[in-house]
Design a protein around this ligand. Structure first.
Ligand SMILES: [Zn+2]
Length: 395
């Protein structure tokens, strides 16, 4: 049995001052105020001083990091990305595809399914590399495209966008061996409601995005089973006070949660605050939408099949924003600042909320029975230490 104490713990729904956390076989056995519990005999307690224990972060939208893209056909790619993610507090993630030629996407889905299955089979002690460095775990695939709007495609290549069709969706599903857990789709496209309904039925988190939908089309997508919105405001028909469009639906419909890229580039801080206020502390989700350039110097990088110029924290392709170089720990600090939220709420938007939205069990919460995957933060939200299954990992 392992025991930990710290200044504070964020479950993150509840704040526990001076917590005592007991961990057995990689799971949380007990969380209580230290004063009300005796440490079992023979168990030594790791003390994080005034540090803040918080659940490991969950990133539902990430294309790459550390010079690699999740669609790369390279055995180096995912481990490099996963090490960088873990350094920034992300311990679970959904590798996210971009729109590409059909055969490229199918091959990438097969490789990602292989990687996910391989990590599922590994024992806890194998979660570190030979060098002792921890890696985030891919839990499912986010399919971003090809069922996107030509009018709001962002940098997704127009020649590879497809109309939603059940037969095409089935091809992706088969290639990914059912590992698709999230799908971004424009609900106004012909055939979208049928594909949304089928995907939702298979347990996929269907997310509205890259969309020029009016209010009614967005609501039809929600009625069909969509429950989330992808990088809200970015690659969406703008909000108009007499023609509210998809944003009017996403911001007001209580069935829908919404994710944002809080890097200060994709959204003005005031818009981050607007989304946070509209969706509230339980339905606001942070994503990074990070690309291969994350954690690397400025220069030219790839996003799926195309090239992106990265300068001063901005990723541009053909005059459009193309993903980010944001890390999740920074997103948490930005959300707290932009929305005037405390650290607890901002942490929830990177942990509990994404885990719930994507129906990921035992992650994103520090609660009895959950995996003991946690970070120790400074009071400003910097990641100081990382633990997986209660075991410390070098970063
Ligand atoms: Zn996108």
């Amino acid at each position: 049995m392992l025991a930990f104490t710290a200044g504070r713990l964020l479950t993150p729904t509840v704040v526990v001052e001076h917590p005592l956390v007991l961990v057995e076989e990689g799971r949380v056995l007990e969380i209580s105020p230290r004063s009300s519990w005796q440490v079992p005999a023979g168990v030594s307690v790791s003390d994080f001083g005034d540090g803040v224990m918080a659940p490991g972060y969950v990133d539902l939208h990430i294309h790459g990091s550390a010079g690699y893209d999740v669609m790369d056909d390279s055995t180096e790619a995912l481990p490099a990305i996963e090490r960088l993610l873990a350094r920034h507090g992300v311990l679970s993630y959904f590798p996210t595809t971009v729109t590409a030629p059909m055969d490229t996407t199918l091959r990438a889905l097969e490789r990602l399914a292989d990687a996910i299955e391989k990590r599922e089979r590994e024992q806890p002690h194998e979660r570190k590399n030979a060098d002792g460095k921890i890696r985030a775990v891919p839990l499912g695939i986010h399919l971003e495209g090809p069922f996107l709007s030509h009018a709001r495609r962002g940098v997704h290549p127009p020649e590879n966008l497809l109309a939603p069709k059940l037969s095409t969706f089935e091809q992706f599903w088969q290639a990914a061996r059912g590992r698709i857990r999230m799908m971004t789709i424009a609900p106004e496209l012909d055939g979208a409601p049928e594909v949304i309904a089928e995907a939702a039925q298979r347990g996929i988190c269907v997310s509205l995005g890259h969309s020029d939908a009016d209010f009614e089309a967005a609501e039809r997508g929600i009625a069909a089973g969509a429950r989330h919105a992808t990088h809200t405001f970015n690659a969406m028909r703008p909000l108009d006070h007499r023609n509210p469009g998809i944003l009017g639906a996403v911001l007001t419909d209580r069935r829908v949660s919404a994710d944002i890229i809080a890097d200060g580039v994709h959204l003005d801080p005031a818009i981050v605050k607007l989304v946070a206020n509209a969706k509230g502390p339980e339905q606001t989700v942070l994503i990074t939408d990070a690309i291969s350039a994350t954690g690397m110097p400025d220069g030219r990088y790839r996003l799926g099949p195309f090239e992106v110029d990265v300068r001063d924290g901005k990723c541009m392709a053909g005059g459009k924003l193309a993903g980010s170089v944001l890390t999740m720990d920074c997103a948490v600090r930005n959300l707290a600042r932009f929305a005037e939220w405390n650290l607890q709420r901002a942490v929830a938007a990177a942990s509990k909320n994404p885990a719930r939205v994507a129906r990921i069990a035992r992650k994103g919460m520090l609660a009895v029975g959950a995996d003991a995957d946690f970070v120790v933060l400074s009071s400003e939200g910097e990641v100081l230490r990382t633990f997986v299954g209660g075991v410390e990992c070098s970063r």
